[in-house]
Design a protein around this ligand. Sequence first.
Ligand code: NAP
Length: 293
Amino acid sequence: MNIIDGKKIASEIKQEIAQQVKVMLDKEERPPHLAALLVGNDPASETYVNSKGKACKEVGFDSSTYKFESDISEEELLETVQFLNNDPDIDGFIVQLPLPEHIDEQKVILSVSPRKDVDGFHPENVGRMSVGLPAYISATPNGIMELLKRSGIETAGKSCVVLGRSNIVGRPISILMSQTTNPGNATVTVCHSKTANLKQITSQADILIVAIGKPEFVTADMVKEGAVVVDVGIHRVETDQTKSGFRLIGDVKYDEVAPKASWITPVPGGVGPMTIVSLLMNTLKARNNEIYS
Ligand code: NAP
C-alpha cells in the first residue's frame, strides 16, 4: 500500500508557486492578489480564511479580507462583490460560504465575475470545465486531480466510482475523471443516497473517490483489492488519546481499508492540504490571465 501524501505534494506546489512569484518580483511586477469576503463569525469559516491569508504570505501573494457582520444586507454584499470585480489590483477572490440565511447564496455566486472566480463556483466556470475549456476548477476536485497526477497514478481505462454528487466535490470530480485528460479517461459511476446496491458498485472500482460526509462509512468489504482510494471526508471526533482531545477522521475506515488499497489518501494529510494550494494555483492563473485572456 502506498500513501498519497497530500502534505508533501502541497508543500512542493507551494514552493513552485513561490518560485514563480519571485520571478515576478525580480521583474518588478506586482505579485498575485487573493481577496476573501467573510460574513459573520463562524469559527470554521474564520479559520479557513485565516489559513488562506497565511498560505498567501508563504508564497509571496498579497491577500486581503473584507469582513462584515452577519446582518449585512444582500445589497451591500453585492456592491462589495462588484467593487472587487472591478478592482484591477485584485486577481481573484472568494466569498466564504455559508452565508447568513437572509442572503441568497446563488445570487452572490452569480454576481462574481467568472474571470475572478478562483473558487470555480460560477456556472460559467463549471460549464467551461464540463466541455473541457480552460476554467477555474473548484479547489477540492482540482486538488484530487493534482494528487493523482503527481503520484503517477494511472487512470485511463480504469473504473472510477465517485461516492457523492455535491456541486463542490462529487459532481465536478466525476466530470474531470471522465474528460479526455490525464488524469482522466476513466469510466465513471456516480453514487448518491438513492443508489441501490452501493457495495456491489464500490467493490468494482479501480479508483474510489469518497465524498459523502459520513464518518468511516466505507469499510473494507466495500473496496476492491488493489483499489486507489481517495478520502475527501473530514470529521472531528473526540478522543482521550490526543492532547487536544480530538482527532480527524475521514469518510473511509482507514485502518481496515488501507491494507487492501494500492494507494490511499490519509486523513489528515491527504486531500485536505491540497484545497488551499488549489486556490493559490487558480490565483496565479488569474494573475497570468491563463484562463480568460
Ligand atoms: P455533501 O454536500 O453533504 O454531499 C454528500 C453526498 O453524499 C451527497 O451527494 C449525498 O447524496 C451522498 N450521500 C450521503 N449519504 C449517502 C449514503 N448513505 N450513500 C450514498 N451516498 C450518500 O458533502 P460534500 O460537501 O461533498 O463533502 C463531503 C465530505 O467531504 C464532508 O465530510 C466534508 O467535510 C468533506 N470535504 C472536505 C474537503 C477538503 O478540503 N478535504 C473539501 C470539501 C468537503 P444525495 O445527493 O442523494 O443527498
